[in-house]
Write a protein that binds this ligand. Structure first.
Ligand SMILES: Nc1ncnc2c1ncn2[C@@H]1O[C@H](COP(=O)(O)OP(=O)(O)OP(=O)(O)O)[C@@H](O)[C@H]1O
Ligand SMILES: Nc1ccn([C@@H]2O[C@H](COP(=O)(O)O)[C@@H](O)[C@H]2O)c(=O)n1
Length: 226
């Protein structure tokens, strides 16, 4: 049996992380873990409970009583919060524009990292997020830092919204993406950052297939080596 490695994919908002991570995981028959969905699920629950997103103790009280499960579904990964499917609910603009406040808290991150590491205990995992290569899986055999210009990322999200029939304002998206990147990169705890040993891939003018091929080449190289 071939070696089952861990692949960490980090990068700013809408760089294409989850799109390529899912395809790579499928090609390798690995599990795919969307760590952003975990922070989103906590944010959604905190908003439902009218909790202050600035208050770490309140968030920890909620998180310690919350089960977040990620399960493969026919149309992609399904996210369950305390047994309920919240896959769509965690993608609203309210959650998207609040999640970077929740993910700033040290204790929240410590608990999330423990949960994420437990998913990856046996290898055979593709995990995407902001701190996977730097904190969650520092020994991952393959580390990728995906980039694209903010204009390109906003256009991609805009096209995705239109395709799904959601209202979309390109300029507003650009602002929201830039703000989320700023908050994620400038927070004190485990900020969005390229790991020293990560391979940077600028996807601005690459197709999804080209990005997947680059990651697969790196993965196959590591799977083949001892
Ligand atoms: N190389 C690419 N070329 C064109 N479109 C792409 C490319 N990669 C991803 N996309 C599209 O860009 C959009 C954003 O991709 P995706 O959701 O995978 O980003 P993400 O980095 O996971 O975002 P987030 O951090 O916000 O969860 C999707 O509509 C996806 O289909
Ligand atoms: N490892 C991670 C993953 C995500 N976050 C925070 O969650 C937000 C949502 O992530 P998406 O990938 O679903 O867009 C993101 O903006 C971060 O605030 C994180 O901190 N660490």
């Amino acid at each position: 049996m071939s070696k089952r490695i861990s692949i960490a994919i980090d990068g700013p908002a809408a760089a294409g992380k989850s799109t390529v991570a899912k395809i790579v995981a499928e090609k390798l028959s690995y599990i795919y873990i969307d760590t952003g969905a975990m922070y989103r699920a906590l944010t959604y629950k905190a908003i439902q409970k009218n909790a202050s997103l600035e208050d770490e103790a309140s968030l920890m009280e909620i998180l310690n009583n919350t089960v977040i499960e990620l399960q493969p579904g026919e149309k992609g990964q399904l996210i369950y919060l305390d047994g309920l499917d919240v896959t769509n609910e965690i993608r609203t603009s309210e959650v998207t524009n609040s999640v970077s406040i929740v993910s700033m808290h040290k204790l929240v991150r410590e608990e999330m990292v423990l949960r994420q590491q437990s998913f990856a205990l046996n290898g055979g995992v593709v995990m995407d997020g902001r701190d996977i290569g730097t904190h969650v899986l520092p020994h991952a055999e393959v580390k990728i830092f995906l980039l694209a210009s903010v204009d390109e990322r906003a256009v991609r999200r805009h096209n995705e919204n239109i395709q799904k029939g959601y209202p979309s304002d390109l300029e507003k998206l650009k602002e929201e993406i830039s703000l989320r990147d700023k908050l994620d990169s400038e927070r004190e705890v485990a900020p969005l950052k390229k790991a020293d040993d990560a391979k940077e891939i600028d996807t601005t003018s690459l197709s999804i297939c080209q990005v997947v091929d680059k990651i697969m080449d790196l993965a196959i190289e590591r799977i083949g080596s001892k």
